[in-house]
Write a protein that binds this ligand. Sequence first.
Ligand SMILES: O=C(O)[C@H](O)CO
Length: 414
Amino acid sequence: MTEDGPSGPRSDLLAIYRAAIEAVEGRARVAEFLDECPPSGPVHLVAIGKAAAAMARGALDALGPRILRGLVITKHGHLDPALCAEPGIECLEADHPLPGPASLAAGARLVRFLEEAPDEARFLFLISGGASALVEVLPPGVAPAELERANRWLLASGLDITQMNRVRKAISAIKAGRLAAHLRGRPVLCLLISDVPDDDPAVIGSGLLVADRRGGDISDLELPDWLQALAARNTAPPGNGNLRRVECHVVGSLQEAKTAAAARAVELGYEVSRHRTFLGGDAAEAGRACARALLEEAPGTVHIWGGETTVRLPEHPGRGGRSQTLALAAAEELAGHGAAWLLAAGTDGSDGPGGDAGALVDSGTIERGRAAGLDPDEALARADAGTFLEAAGDLIRTGPTGTNVMDLVIGLRR
Ligand SMILES: O=C(O)[C@H](O)CO
């Protein structure tokens, strides 16, 4: 991406984004929690999600040999070889965002891992976003192709994560607390990094160990008949009865990331406007609204938003996810407005297909992309913001960050 030297606005926005991520990094957050509140004996460790490897490292830092065995399940490319070389730690990579054969294999291994542990075992669960796709056990009579079709539909539907996970829970044999049937009443300490609004453990990873308060009813959601019918075939009993000895704590959240971002911006000498409303809804509309807010306010202020927007995908989507879509739509608003910058990126380091974390756009982005022969409206319509932003030199790439607390949008006008 286009740099502007060690102390320009672009590097400042990147520094603010990095500070936010660092504040909710999985290894440090888990170690800190366990140092203060260690479990009362040795534990069997289960880590699932995009931040699983970092969180598992944090548990090893804090508990060392008190971890008897461990199972770490994360997205392809997110494993840490040093972690996998630790004695007693088994690592699996699984499919994300669409649950596939590796997710079903991981789900089966997870159930076996719990079943094999002795009656006196205590478990330490470390859950982060992505867990819904990474592990699955199908209810009797549901085929893998039906699971894939359902998730493909959900990902393109524009439903928010709470709605999407209600559907995922309704077609699963382990989500909505059903995994607890395999605990046989043994105690669990569950630490979570939240990538959902209101940090609700029942929504994070579709609540493997948390009962569904709505009892699995999804009749109020606008879903195709075949999907409602699929859910109606799920005979797996609810998880409610087995959850008494599960204790959950959220150890990383969007609010903490925003607080750290604000603190870094102040250190860098800026005024800060921290927007409290959750940034949701259509990604392009959210991008336009953020850019307009930036242009309306006094210059010299860093604006911080956080949330998770949605993109309704065409049949053949291009490159880039919701943050890149938001950034490109914002760039259209900023075009020609002088010194204004806006960073939009996932805190997990991955924003849809293409492996980029997001983008940092400015008032010249549209001109640079057009100079490469690309059209921003076409790119938005084809869900291909990434191709445009690459041509403009505005993509951000971080690799896996060891955390996942949704997306940040950070803007600045001078
Ligand atoms: O895996 C999931 O369900 C989402 O990332 C929300 O936690």
